[in-house]
Each structure stands twice: as structure tokens, then as C-alpha cells.
Design a protein around this ligand. Structure first.
Ligand code: SAM
Length: 275
């Protein structure tokens, strides 16, 4: 019998993958967690029936959350990742030659545990000595730390359950205070096809907190609509002013110094959303 997994992306639209095997399925304290092996995209982490990452296309999201902000900061030594328990963003952060310490704060220890076990190519970097892994609420962590990080990345689930408060103005204000005086923040901010209102409200809130705000996109086949946005808030440095030659060469598959500027060029309907 054929088994297919469908993420219902709206009431009337979804994305479907043929399943070879379900490796784990568990109701954790915070969410329904599954890791399934799909025929087309390899192993897939699914939380509350939403695709979080897959072995085949994970590099796009993880590189694009990490590198534009790291390349914009001239010396990103101390980095915080909120969420991101699968370890993919941390793996990318550690590729940057200036990074000395990376802290990961995910609320759900089960995501970390099962990612290490079933997604070692993504989660392997969590065991690096430069990494500190904390199982805690990112909102609490942010409000307990001041003037500490050069770059903060928010790799959260959609704004449901424990992630709701990670999409609020109060959270962005806390991030501003947890950053050093020239710090940079970046968050995944969903897609403009089905979540236009969310992108608008995040953009409005981040603008109230940070003087420089830029939005960029990447193409991610297994995320709703395939087009994903990221929102960057910066205290001092503008990602559009970064010289290509100043960006370190790293072992990446999507991000490159040439793409750095290009990813900030938005389709007109996305530009219009942000006006
Ligand atoms: N890349 C994914 C996406 O956009 O589909 C998200 C990656 S997934 C690893 C996001 C993580 O955020 C989950 O492991 C979840 O446990 C974590 N998370 C949700 N709310 C959180 C909170 N308040 N504090 C810290 N981590 C949180």
C-alpha cells in the first residue's frame, strides 16, 4: 500500500510526498514531531504536520538564514540561534571564519535529540565545541540577556503554539537589547503567497525597533509556495552596502558572494507588500 504525507498549506492547497518509512512519531511537550523518509526529498522533519526541513533542500534555508547576516557584520564572533533545534543553521554559522561561539536555544529538547539521531548531516554540528545548546524558551532567553550577541537568528516554527511570541514587537525589542551596539538580527518570515499579512506585520514591527530593515527571498521547494522570505534588522550595517570581495568564500551550495546582493531584489508584488 502506498503511503503519502500531505502538508495542508491552506484550506484548499497542499504539498504531498510519497513516504518510504516513518522513522519516529511522537507527541512532545510542545508539538507533534515526526521524521519520515520520503522518496523524493530524503528524510523530512515534520512538526505539527508542517515540513520543517528535508535532507534534499535543507541547504537553501539554512544557508540563507545564516550567511547574509554574518556577511553583513564585519566581525560576527558571538551568535545566537533561537529555535533551529535540527542544527542546520548552526552548521552554517560555524562555516563563518569569525565565529567563536554559537548558542542554540530551542524550547523542545526532543527536536534536538531526534535530529541528532536521524538527521546527522544536518544536526552533526551541534556537537562542535564552539556550540552551546540550551533547551529553553527563546523569548525568555532573549529577555535575560543584554548587549551580548553580534548576530541573532530566529529559526522558529510558524507563529503557532510556543512560537507565537517570537513574532511580536516585544520580542524584536528584546532582541535589539540582547544585541551589541552594532548587532544584526534575522528571522524567517514565511511566504508572500499565503502569509502576506504576517510579512506586513513583522515588517512594521521590526521597523519600529531597528533603523535598517531589509527583506530577501530564497526558493525552497518543500516550503509553502516555494518562495520564502527572511527579514533582517540591523543597528548599523546595511547588507546592501557589503562589498562582494569582503565576503569570505565558504563551502555553500546556494548562497554566494554574488547572490548576497541579488537576494535582496524583490519581485514587485513583494515590494508592494512592504510599502
Ligand atoms: N525551518 C523551519 C521552518 O520554517 O519550517 C523551522 C525549523 S524548526 C527546527 C523550529 C524550531 O523552533 C522547533 O524545533 C521548535 O521547537 C522551536 N521553537 C518554537 N517555539 C520556540 C520558542 N518559543 N523558543 C525556542 N524555540 C522554539
Amino acid at each position: 500500500m502506498e503511503l503519502w504525507f500531505t502538508e495542508k498549506q491552506t484550506e484548499h492547497f497542499g504539498i504531498t510526498a510519497k513516504v518510504r518509512e516513518t522513522l519516529v512519531r511522537e507527541q512532545t511537550q510542545y508539538q507533534d514531531l515526526a521524521i519520515i523518509d520520503t522518496l523524493e526529498f530524503g528524510r523530512m522533519l515534520v512538526l505539527d504536520d508542517m515540513v520543517m526541513t528535508t535532507e534534499k533542500d535543507e541547504f537553501v534555508y539554512h544557508e540563507m538564514l545564516a550567511h547574509p547576516a554574518l556577511a553583513t557584520h564585519p566581525n560576527p564572533r558571538r551568535v545566537l540561534v533561537v529555535g533551529g533545534g535540527d542544527g542546520g543553521v548552526i552548521r552554517e554559522v560555524l562555516k563563518h571564519p569569525d565565529v567563536e561561539k554559537a548558542v542554540l536555544v530551542d524550547i523542545d529538547g526532543k527536536v534536538i535529540e531526534y535530529s541528532k539521531r536521524f538527521l546527522p548531516g544536518i544536526a552533526g554540528a551541534l556537537d562542535d565545541p564552539r556550540v552551546e545548546v540550551l533547551v529553553n524558551d527563546g523569548y525568555m532567553h532573549i529577555h535575560d540577556h543584554k548587549n551580548e550577541y553580534d548576530v541573532i537568528m530566529v529559526d522558529s516554527t510558524e507563529p503557532v503554539g510556543p512560537a507565537v511570541q517570537l513574532f511580536t514587537r516585544g520580542f524584536y525589542q528584546g532582541i535589539y537589547e540582547a544585541l551589541r551596539e552594532d548587532g544584526i538580527f534575522v528571522a524567517q518570515t514565511d511566504n508572500p503567497w499565503f502569509k502576506a499579512e504576517l510579512i506586513k506585520s513583522v515588517n512594521r514591527d521590526v521597523r519600529e525597533v531597528f533603523p535598517i530593515v531589509r527583506v530577501y527571498t530564497a526558493n525552497i521547494p518543500t516550503y509553502p509556495s516555494g518562495m520564502w522570505t527572511f527579514t533582517m534588522g540591523s543597528k548599523k550595517y546595511d547588507p546592501l552596502e557589503v562589498e562582494e570581495s569582503a565576503i569570505p568564500e565558504m563551502d555553500t551550495k546556494y548562497y554566494s558572494p554574488r547572490l548576497h546582493r541579488a537576494c535582496f531584489v524583490l519581485p514587485k508584488f513583494v515590494e508592494d507588500l512592504l510599502k
